[in-house]
Design a protein around this ligand. Structure first.
Ligand code: C2E
Ligand code: MG
Ligand code: MG
Length: 693
């Protein structure tokens, strides 16, 4: 080859390399080289073959060149024949670098000469090197892109962007760095594992896929799936990339879960209000930083349980949310309002002057706003609220102690008649403490035999003859002496101890009556039943067991129930009581007239006896409205064919006036104070002797 030709060839190679260096991708370079060689050699066809496949062609035969023919062309010079064109000269040159392949040109008419063969060899070698270079650059660009995409995702996670957005950024980003192939995140749905939540592109079922597991704190939560490049199945780099994206999905999910948990840990799920923990935290902060006063309002709804029981739990939940709304409505926007569970709410009041008056007037506003009835399921529900207030300056600076004081004040408010605001005073704490001590003592009273029954006769008012006995519980406290039931039964109701105690009373009273039946076989025993007992699912069977144990018929037992106990869960109570009535047990409505809906209960309940509360049994001399009320109850009772018992007859005049009203039965100190079994037995024996005589 002469020098000029060699120079020309070198020049062509430099130009060739320059053209190659402009290409950014392997694809681009391959396409360009096919075109360049076709032009350079004035050939009809320029083709690139790599890994046994024609990867690019250029020229008129572009579409028509059968691949098998091109593949058959070995490096070197040859001839192929195209239909309609005739024989064609071919020239091929191989490259071997990071990859290998061959460049091929096909030219009609003129055969290739030596220097052309030389030039193509040079071009093939240069192309191989250019490809290597482009690949390195491509990889670098790709790595940079991966880094940028992952950084964007990390930013989205740390900025706590909404989880669906972050997951979408992950699937889109993965798809982008996997050259636009479909990527999808399948999250196990805890509710229904067979139906995962899908984020990202839908994958065609035919596609080969690679997958990487997604975890939340080490527990499998789903899979990140990507379509594989059919050319490069099992590409380790791509798998590593997929794992990196799956790791980011795990991070995002774990972070979202922790946020959710934090949210749950500090908020009431129903109303979304802060819970006790968050309230105490804010209270502590306020106590630490506030120069002016801090007051805590403890708010307890008054008739929530009745609403919940009668209208159902969904209505109860709706009510609590509505209550939260109303409380919020009367507070400053920055006030912390919390729900502690059940029907207990609290508010943290920080005013320039959290004076007694300021906090109490907030309490009054709350009571006022809750007085308006709530409409639930088309029914009106009336609830009230009792508010206890405690101030920081006056008594303590500890958050939990302040809250406890507000609670104690609220408790006193309940006792004082509800719908009131009561401010804490240290004497309240002492009373409560005493109460707690008594409550603890009571837990052991039954086991240590400190409980006993006294009995009081219920007599026929026309003759004075005892027809039955009411069992009245007493507590012989080791240090405090005899404690009255009105003092300890509310405590037993609070702790639930009343259920066991009540069962014991039933058994004891029935056994005692059985022991006295020799005196009078018709004698009945009346046993007081509290609300908690009525709610206890074993109550009916306990009653039947007590009768069985004592060998008494149902007709020997009267259960005394107050209206308040009944109003707690009327439906359940009715069911239980009707079942007991079927075995002949009678029901007495105790303390009649003190409840607020006495007459409506009379219509609904399977009652046999009403006991007029002793507050209506006034002295004949008083001539108060009570007399008229008592007269009305007696005639009402008779109209409903019920027996009427006048409770608390202490004087002869009272006996006379009830006799005059036609009241059947009476009970009171006038006949006999409640007494222990020995005293009552001698009373009964005396009476039976009198009748015998
Ligand atoms: P109660 O069922 O209305 O019982 C009548 C109460 O009136 C008794 O008070 C009795 O001693 C009192 N009493 C009777 N006659 C007179 C009188 O002439 N004047 C006055 N001032 N009082 C009279 P006690 O024994 O203190 O019982 C109070 C309440 O405790 C009972 O009222 C009842 O509701 C409850 N109770 C008593 N024993 C039990 C029990 O075993 N279980 C339950 N759940 N409650 C009980
Ligand atoms: Mg009673
Ligand atoms: Mg009574």
């Amino acid at each position: 080859m002469d020098f000029t030709k060699e120079l020309q060839s070198a020049h062509q190679l430099v130009e060739f390399l320059t053209a190659m260096s402009r290409c950014e991708t392997v694809e681009d370079a391959t396409r360009t080289v096919a075109e360049l060689i076709a032009e350079e050699f004035d050939a009809e066809i320029g083709a690139v073959i790599s890994a046994g496949r024609v990867v690019a062609t250029f020229g008129f035969g572009q579409q028509r060149v059968p691949e098998s023919l091109l593949k058959a062309v070995m490096p070197g010079v040859g001839e192929i024949c195209f239909d309609g064109i005739g024989p064609c000269h071919t020239l091929s040159a191989e490259w071997q670098a990071g990859s290998d392949g061959q460049l091929t040109v096909a030219r009609c008419n003129e055969a290739f000469n030596y220097s052309e063969r030389h030039l193509l060899l040079g071009m093939a070698g240069a192309f191989g090197l250019a490809l290597d270079m482009i690949r390195v650059l491509e990889r670098q660009r790709h790595e940079k892109q991966v880094l940028e995409v992952l950084l964007d995702i990390q930013r989205a996670i740390s900025h706590r962007e909404p989880l669906p957005n972050v997951l979408e950024a992950i699937t889109n980003g993965a798809s982008q760095v996997l050259y636009g192939r479909a990527v999808s995140l399948l999250l196990d749905d805890a509710q229904d594992p067979s139906h995962p939540i899908i984020s990202g592109a839908d994958l065609s079922s035919a596609a080969k896929t690679a997958s990487a597991k997604v975890h939340i704190h080490g527990v499998s939560a789903g899979t990140l799936v990507a379509e594989l490049d059919p050319e490069t199945l099992d590409n380790e780099d791509e798998l590593a990339l997929l794992h990196a994206f799956a790791e980011h999905a795990s991070l995002a999910l774990a972070d979202a879960r922790s946020l959710e948990e934090v949210e749950k840990a500090f908020h009431d799920p129903l109303t979304g209000l802060p819970n006790r923990r968050l309230f105490l935290d804010r209270l502590s902060q306020a106590l630490r930083h506030e120069e002016c006063g801090v007051a805590v309002l403890f708010i307890d709804l008054d008739r929530f349980k009745a609403v919940n029981d009668t209208l159902g739990h969904d209505a109860g939940d709706e009510l609590l949310c509505a209550v939260a709304e109303r409380i919020r409505g009367v507070m400053r926007a920055d006030t912390t309002i919390a729900r502690f569970g059940g029907d207990e709410f609290a508010a943290l009041v920080q005013t320039d002057s959290a004076s007694e008056n300021a906090a109490a007037s907030v309490g009054k506003r709350i009571i006022e706003v809750l007085k308006t009835p709530f409409s639930l399921n088309g029914q009106l529900a009336y609830v009230g609220a009792t508010v206890g207030v405690a101030h920081s300056e006056a008594h303590c600076l500890q958050a939990d102690a302040l809250l406890r004081n507000a609670d104690i004040a609220m408790y006193h408010g309940k006792e004082a008649g509800r719908n009131v605001v009561i401010t804490y005073h240290s004497s309240m704490g002492e009373a409560l403490l005493e109460r707690q001590v008594l409550q603890t003592d009571l837990q052991g009273a039954l086991g240590s035999g400190e409980l006993l029954l006294h009995y009081q006769p219920i007599v026929d008012l026309s003759t004075g003859r005892p027809l039955g006995l009411e069992a009245l519980l007493r507590w012989q406290h080791p240090s405090r002496g005899l404690i009255s039931p009105s003092e300890f039964i509310p405590l037993a109701e609070e702790t639930g101890a009343i259920v066991d105690i009540g069962r014991w009373v039933l058994n004891q009273a029935c056994l005692q009556l059985a022991a006295w039946r020799w005196i009078d076989t018709k004698m009945t025993i009346s046993v007081n039943v509290s609300a908690s007992q009525l709610r206890d699912s074993d109550f009916a069977s306990d009653v039947l067991a007590a009768l069985r144990l004592a060998g008494l018929p149902g007709s020997a037992l009267i259960l005394e129930i107050t209206e308040t106990a009944l109003s707690e869960d009327m439906e359940l109570a009715l069911e239980t009581l009707s079942a007991l009535k079927d075995v002949g047990i009678s029901l007495a409505l105790d303390d009649f007239g003190t409840g607020y809906s006495a007459l409506s209960h009379l219509r609904m309940l399977p009652v046999d006896i009403i006991k007029i509360d002793r507050s209506f049994v006034s002295s004949a001399s008083e001539n108060s409205g009570n007399d008229r009320f008592a007269a009305m109850i007696v005639s009402l009772g008779h109209a409903c064919q019920l027996s009427v018992v006048a409770e608390g007859i202490e004087e002869y005049a009272q006996l006379q006036s009830f006799r005059a009203l036609g009241c059947d039965l009476g009970q009171g100190y006038f006949f006999m104070h409640p007494g222990d079994a020995v005293a009552v037995e001698s009373y009964l024996v005396d009476w039976s002797r009198q009748t015998d005589d």
